[in-house]
Design a protein around this ligand. Sequence first.
Ligand SMILES: C[S@@+](CC[C@H](N)C(=O)[O-])C[C@H]1O[C@@H](n2cnc3c(N)ncnc32)[C@H](O)[C@@H]1O
Length: 335
Amino acid sequence: MKNKVISGDSLSILRTVKNETFDLVITSPPYFQQRNYGNGNSGIGNEKTEEEYLENLMNIFRECVRVTNEKGALVFNIGDKYINGGLSLIPYKFAIRAVEDKKVFLINQLTWSKLNPTPRQEKRKLIQATEPFFIFAKSKNYYFDLDSYLTHLDNFNKNIRNKPSDKLGKKYFELINSSDLTEEQKINACKSLNEAVSAVHNGEIDSFRMKINGIHKLAYGGQDGGRNNQIKNNGFTVIKILGNRMKKDIIESPVEITRDNHHPAVYPIYIIQELIKLLSKADDFVLDPFCGSGTTCIAAKNLRRNYLGIEINSEYVDLANERIKNTGFIQELFI
Ligand SMILES: C[S@@+](CC[C@H](N)C(=O)[O-])C[C@H]1O[C@@H](n2cnc3c(N)ncnc32)[C@H](O)[C@@H]1O
């Protein structure tokens, strides 16, 4: 079953698969009444009502949860659409149902910010330029390799930043020495300050700020939060500033341009590769139950993971197989 695209209905095929077979599920189901994938009434997406659509989608989602192992994650990308002039909120209705089953929890809603969204004529609405990727996990023990995610951010920062000044930290050393901290607190404060200065010089952080008891004010409102407690108990706190290397729940990428004889709703391979790096390791097994043109499978193959694609439309199965056959190893497609 490994490294194949199977033709058929996901629900029927997944029902034949053993529990906990996959390490990761990444997919984009057909959105509600958005497109015709040439499946007549057999695929999902063309149901008459939103309720029917959500029920069909949840049936497949529950099977995906069953076949994912305890350390695994499930990523579902669903876009919203306007119905009678208002957003339907269907992606969020799906996410609420998904967590209500209590078999998964939502670890992030990653927002895809489209760099080239479709311009619309509508003059009384902003252009819709985002879509959610819901990232669910089955247990608190989920696999998550943050260091392998968006690594170009780390390199980018290291390469472009200005050399820090030799005077970095000098002002704080003076403040520590003139403060009312105990001798022990002063020694600890200088040690932490030295570590922060080295971290800036090594490019691990962009900069830092320090707060010293008696010199700097506690956080607004004076509530006892983590930092206020550190200042009260240790006499100081160091706030590290990560700058652009912060790995946030937003990812930018252009929309894939669709060519003739191609699939009409291809998602960006760049995002899928980053998610595979974040949520799986080499040789893991990745499932896409709505495989379309095979983007997930190509990304998995590029990153030395095993994959299974399921697609109801046999023309797309052929297209996916053709694309997978022609793929080579592509580390970074978009930087
Ligand atoms: C949004 S597209 C996926 C596109 C894909 N992410 C890509 O990059 O090419 C959804 C796909 O799900 C397929 N599909 C719909 N219902 C299905 C079902 N019950 N089982 C398997 N595939 C189905 C459609 O034919 C369509 O190709």
